[in-house]
Design a protein around this ligand. Structure first.
Ligand SMILES: Nc1nc2c(ncn2[C@@H]2O[C@H](COP(=O)(O)OP(=O)(O)OP(=O)(O)O)[C@@H](O)[C@H]2O)c(=O)[nH]1
Ligand SMILES: [Mg+2]
Ligand SMILES: [Zn+2]
Length: 288
């Protein structure tokens, strides 16, 4: 049988085959190879003893590092309009990682739209990102926009990404029938010094639809990226990358750079400035 690994705790994996869940361990000989990850398609057999084993992991179409989930259809970037304030530097870092990991679809959720001043924040984000990614203004408190988001995630495996306190778990609880993810406010968490969301699992939201909550990350280090690949992770840059006079144009200060000519037009000044900042950051780390 082939099923999808939706959970893994201490080497025991939950494999969903249709509506049936099997608890399985990896076969001894397999442990040295590819380690099963959440989202993997696995071949399993039920032994005469009734014990269930994972024989083999099928090929992956993509793999996200943080959180570690594979075969993802949609990465959902969740940021709060207020409390905590949207950090666009961090949003761009999350976007870069999702682009690098070849996730089919990326969407941006702006949560806490019930808060005063949220509309202004959302409009600014729409100006910068509206032409690049699907945007969903929502509120986990009023329920605004949640149905539209849920509709968009139908038939997909989605992963919630974003900073701590943005409301990822609150949204997951509204999308998953009987959702029970722990939620909390920032101040309480800082006192305890840990995230509320720890292990990763795929929760069924609908037929063939799954969502994974994840702990919020406070920083994303770009240093392991390659500086020359960075421009390709800015989706709206791609149409211009091969049009420059020099085939190895870095799009920083070269003459006849077609990408730079679009800044303030098809490419926002903010995104281009962050591209240059991240480029320098990666270059600096490459020197060591
Ligand atoms: N006003 C308002 N508050 C919200 C909304 N969504 C979540 N909150 C609150 O924001 C806080 C953080 O929400 P969580 O869902 O725990 O955030 P999280 O993104 O899961 O945080 P981590 O698990 O630490 O990464 C909680 O106190 C929620 O009650 C919203 O739409 N509006
Ligand atoms: Mg959470
Ligand atoms: Zn160029």
């Amino acid at each position: 049988m082939t099923g999808r690994i939706i959970k893994g705790v201490g080497g025991l994996y939950t494999v969903a085959v249709g509506d049936t869940h099997y608890e399985a361990r990896a076969r001894g000989a397999m442990r040295r190879g590819l380690k099963p990850a959440i989202g993997d398609f696995a071949e399993i057999t039920v032994m005469p003893s009734g014990e269930c084993v994972i024989e083999r992991i099928l090929g992956r179409k993509n793999s996200l590092l943080r959180p570690k989930v594979v075969n993802i259809d949609c990465a959902v970037m969740v940021f709060a309009a207020k409390e905590p304030d949207v950090n666009l530097d961090m949003l761009d870092r999350f976007l870069i990682f999702a682009e690098k990991d070849n996730i089919d679809e990326i969407c941006i959720v702006i949560n806490k739209c019930d808060k005063e001043g949220a509309e202004e924040v959302y409009n600014n984000i729409r100006r910068i990102y509206g032409g690049i990614y699907k945007l969903f203004p929502v509120s986990a408190v009023s329920g605004m926009g949640i149905d539209a988001l849920k509709e968009n995630l139908k038939g997909k495996v989605s992963v919630m990404c974003g900073p701590s306190g943005a409301g990822k778990s609150s949204i997951v609880n509204l999308i998953v029938p009987n959702g029970r993810m722990e939620t909390g406010d920032i101040s309480r968490k800082i006192k305890r010094g840990k995230h509320t969301t720890r292990h990763i699992e795929l929760l069924e939201t609908d037929k063939d639809s799954y969502i994974a909550d994840s702990p919020g990350f406070s920083s994303l280090d770009l240093q392991y990226l390659d500086s020359e690949s960075l421009c390709g992770y800015f989706a709206e840059f791609r149409p211009y990358l091969s049009l420059c006079r020099f085939s190895d144009c870095r799009h920083i200060d070269e003459p006849d750079c077609k990408l730079k000519e679009q800044v303030g037009k098809d490419i926002s000044v903010e995104r281009y400035e962050r591209f240059k900042k991240f480029y320098r950051e990666i270059k600096d780390s490459e020197r060591f």
